[in-house]
Design a protein around this ligand. Sequence first.
Ligand SMILES: C[S@@+](CC[C@H](N)C(=O)[O-])C[C@H]1O[C@@H](n2cnc3c(N)ncnc32)[C@H](O)[C@@H]1O
Length: 1001
Amino acid sequence: MTAVEEPSASTGEQHIQPRLLIEEWLPAAAIGVECIRERSTGQQPPHARLHVWWARRPLAASRAAVLASVLPADFDRATFERLLGFDAPSEAIVRGQELLQWARTVGRQVPNPHGKRAFSNTLPEPHLNAAHHAMKQLWGELPAVIDPMAGGGSIPLESARLGLPTVANEYNPVACAVLEATVDYPFRFGPELAERARKWGSILRERFVQRMQRFYPDVGALPTHTYIFARTVPCPDTGAPTPLVPDWHLSKPKSGTHIVAEPVVDHAAKSWTVRIREIGRAAGQLPAAPKPTYVRGKATSIFTGAVIDGEYIKAMAKQGKLGSQLYAVVLKGAQGLDYRPAEHADLDAIAAAEAELARLRPTWERDNIIPTELYPRVSSELRPLQYGMPRWADMFSPRQLLAMGVLVEELRNLRPEILEAEGEEQGRAVEHLLAFVLDKFLNHNALLASWDSGTYGIRSVFDRHDFSFKPTPAEMAPCGAGAGLEWALGNVLKSWRELAELPRTGQMATTRITLGSATNLASVADASLTAVVVDPPYADNVQYSELADFFYVWLKRTVGHQHPDWFSSYLCDHSEEAVVNATRFVPDFDPDVKLPTGAKAAAKREAEAFYRDLMVQAFREAHRILRDDGVLTVMFTHKQQSAWESLFGALLEAGFVITATWPVKTESETSLHIASKNAAESTVILVARKRPAGAGIGYFTQEMKDRIRAVAKASAECLRNDGLNAVDQLVGSFGPAMEVFSRYREVRRDTGELVGIAEALDEASDAVVQWRVEKLMARGTGAELAGVEPMGRYLVLCWDVLAAAEFRFNEAKLLGHAVGLSPEDLVKAGLAVRKSQNIVLLPARDRRRDQAILAGNIPTAAQAKQLHPNDAEFRSAADAAHALAIAHADAGGGAAGIGAARALANRHNWRESSAVARLVQALVLSAPKGVQVEGKGITAKYPEFLAWHSLLQPLWGVTPPDWSEQEPVHRQFPGFATGAFVPEDEDADDEDIEDDESGDD
Ligand SMILES: C[S@@+](CC[C@H](N)C(=O)[O-])C[C@H]1O[C@@H](n2cnc3c(N)ncnc32)[C@H](O)[C@@H]1O
């Protein structure tokens, strides 16, 4: 897609800025493929494995955004692609991915069509020289790039790797510490630093093991791997500690024997232990896992069977009465993991550790070794308070806290030795990396980390982006060889070494890290930088500072002395954090008091206004520091129109004009996945320039509306050809619409009234939806949707455009415009249900009523939402289509099913020309791939599509589309015929908990 050219505004001036590559061309589809490959299982880029940070952007998209923003429009495209790290021309990369996707859909093995992943590919010096030369010609110097909200550093890392002078600014000190290790140390110290840190890390570990080994005894011959605990609550009737265990499985492999802990209750002693059992039918095996004792926040007493409600559990937690009992120990056997119940020696060691902590605690609190800070009482995440963790130190069991305290103390003891041996600068860097080892350790060794019986590993605290209560915490055995602390050390240093070894130019430029708000970049002079490239936070997606406090309280104690300016506050500052956090706007917020009706909504409104204001200020600041010919490039990952409205609004208000937009698909869509939930993300790269001083007033005339509609439709068409899904086509059309709208200082009606962005975006979405409807109607054999009532058309649009059974309410609302209905109408008609922010289309069988409503009987509202094939009448073609599917299923499908459906159609006279026949055809034509094949999951849930497909010919003589396996692209790959090897698991979801800590929006 090229940036849309707009005739000059009547009162405006044309841009004085020379056109940039990003304003003309970007191989967005291939960049998307590289983003997907970057996230493949267990192989995240090293910087993302180094330390947790949330909502990281892929390096491939970040580099593209930086590089294309500072190169001229006529820069050689092949050289540019090579500089992006592409191993092949962009078209070949896209075709290769299509092949992989196809292979996955049909379960075939194909040779891997891809080369090295872009972020890890070499950066040839001659190509870099050519780029630097072109940049200098364009800007008169090497362009300076700033990311004012740099987070985990993807953007500045890529800028620095390209050899550009770079500034990475962040508001959060934990992110600054991450940035220092990511965009500074690798360039200053090279990979060798990892070896220096390994040496000191081993010494640290030795000292730790010496002090701590006795608290983790190995019972028996096998070394311990993990301890699994159950949180307990006093049983209301007996007072005995009853366990909160949602799943007694210890190991649940996809194939192979499942192993469980079976609770054994001693009523007399008011205690319980477990037996380790296999699940199966053989003698001595259990037929099924024992019943959980904790489901959806409610417990069942193991002693009495009585249900214990959530409020009681929280009340006990607040009184400090939530206990913790070790019940299973995971051992490292020669053949894999083994399990045993807790033994006395284990329990004695835990008690000894608790006593040792009690002995050391007063000194440690005095010397600031362990965090005494209170968990904030104003927070969007109140679970730590509700579950008995009023201080940050309470997020650890006594033994875990003892381990952390020993580590902090020993790191401090080691400091003078490190500095003496390594020198001040390198010594500080070593210390910093060791502090990250402690962070890695604590993320896997807290009460909020838990055992995952599916992957046989520990789920880290930030496996989820919150502080949710973990009823069965897990604790690492930290002293073992290759495990615990040694694992953390190896993991961090491996990531860091790989990070330092990432290919980069030999021509080093300076990278500066600054802490502060993007709204006030005091150290940056006016009009001094060429490019601002930024990936701003969006609303309440991630509460960065609330989460980062978990690390802040420890980093303060490990490396705080290196940066007193970063680590001198009680917790992370959040007064200027650009997020929507409603709790901060509730007057005298009290976590124990339920908010009066309306108070939350009012606070949310204030929080939104605050966020928007900060975004405007941040963009104004970007405007101030940019050269007049400079460029602002924004990476943004949200689908809701409201998100776009506030982003565009802030940009326009800050004095920018949108000049290009590029949706980059950063997540893969396997057809089955996309049909179950419309969840795939794409990042939009949006380009803006300073609005010329003379830009005047535009008028929202029919001509402007037509122009908006035309560019929106053209861009959607382009994006469709690039393989982006329908929602991305819609979102992708917003940018071009804004390119038309933002040329003017303001846009008004003839009457003088101001026109808001929402209207322009509505115009764009309406044009795209209409275009989709036209496409749908033109497709296939006479599926004339025009005669079908709006409800049926709405249903078709949802399947066709959103290609999923579940999608966001707002997206459904957008589509509804095209047919004059809203998602609530779908719900009222019984065709869908609302699930929080989403809408779920109901399968036909979920709508089946037991009894038919016969002629003359009036159904109740609830009955009217359901169907029976023998109902006397059907309210809509959509209901009739579902009734046909139900009749087909009731008769057992196949020939009998067709017969039953035919009888129903005959009874109601649904001939070939009827609305029902046309709707069924349209539904078949709009069926997403995932429902076109027999199978499990989503296919099994919506078998009506296969039923409708089988009815077209026998009922109405219509030839159905071919849903047999298609092999779209494989023939283009000569090596394919052999099917020789499995592709690397290129775009599977990230499941590797130990390696994946990067988080995501
Ligand atoms: C989406 S994240 C950036 C992620 C980053 N691009 C990466 O790949 O890791 C947005 C960042 O903005 C930061 N932030 C929030 N408010 C800010 C402000 N007022 N000034 C600067 N940074 C801010 C957050 O701390 C967060 O790290």
